[in-house]
Write a protein that binds this ligand. Structure first.
Ligand code: 13P
Length: 229
């Protein structure tokens, strides 16, 4: 199956840097590519040839929700989908399993694609709770053909610590037994470890943070995925 490589830019790249990225980015055939710029750069990015996702989306169509953006607003400017439940949203901005569910449902209802993120913290892994945490987080995620799950072990995000290919495979196999969908791996994916992670049978793609900011390194990860599809 074609692998999906999504780049989550987090709070990096305003509109000018977004356009500069696309000037330097070329993806091979044989891989699905998604990019997730910050809200203010979405309009600059939607003119490009790849599907553009927001990094979050609110569940209401409109209302008194300062700082939030609705699915309908994203659709209006040509955005194709949204991340929901990223661990930074869960840890720093009070996202819960329930708000993740509500955001995912609203986005799907509005016609958007969704990448829903799950993953255990280091403390949870060390306490042997990984499976229970994944079961709890996955249980609330709606089943839909436009929904993909990303497994991002929190201890591997931005730390340079990558899950071993076997750890990724085991977590993905569990998630797939609970929810029939593509499952992406995220957490310190780089050009030099992408092929090994992506060659695991239950790893259907990657959600890339830091290495998606540079067009050459993101293209290298896309090439690794294309060669395995
Ligand atoms: P890094 O690739 O920088 O570890 O980030 C992973 C991530 O959080 C992608 O959503």
């Amino acid at each position: 199956m074609t692998k999906l490589i999504a780049g989550n830019w987090k709070m990096f790249k305003g509109p000018a840097e977004t356009l500069a990225f696309f000037d330097g980015f070329e993806a091979p055939d044989g891989v699905d590519v998604v990019l997730c710029p910050p809200f203010v750069s979405l309009e600059a990015a939607v003119g490009e040839e790849w599907p553009i996702y927001a990094q979050s989306v609110h569940w209401a169509a409109d209302g008194a929700f300062t700082g939030e953006i609705s699915a309908q607003m994203l659709v209006e400017i040509g955005v194709a989908g949204a991340l929901v439940g990223h661990s930074e949203r869960r840890q720093l901005f009070g996202e819960t399993d329930d708000t993740v569910r509500r955001r995912a449902e609203a986005a799907l209802e509005a016609g958007l694609g969704v990448i829903a993120c799950v993953g255990e913290t280091e403390t949870e892994r060390e306490a042997g709770e990984t499976e229970a945490v994944l079961r709890r987080q996955v249980a609330v995620i709606p089943k839909h053909e436009r929904l993909v799950i990303a497994y991002e072990p929190v201890w591997a995000i931005g730390t340079g610590k990558t899950a071993t290919p076997q750890m990724a495979q085991d977590a993905h196999a569990l998630i797939k037994s609970l929810h029939e969908t593509r499952v992406l791996y995220g957490g310190s994916v780089k050009p030099d470890n992408a092929a090994e992670l992506l060659s695991q049978p239950a790893v259907d793609g990657a959600l890339v943070g830091g290495a998606s900011l540079d067009p050459d390194s993101f293209a290298a990860i896309c090439r690794a995925a294309a060669s395995l599809s």
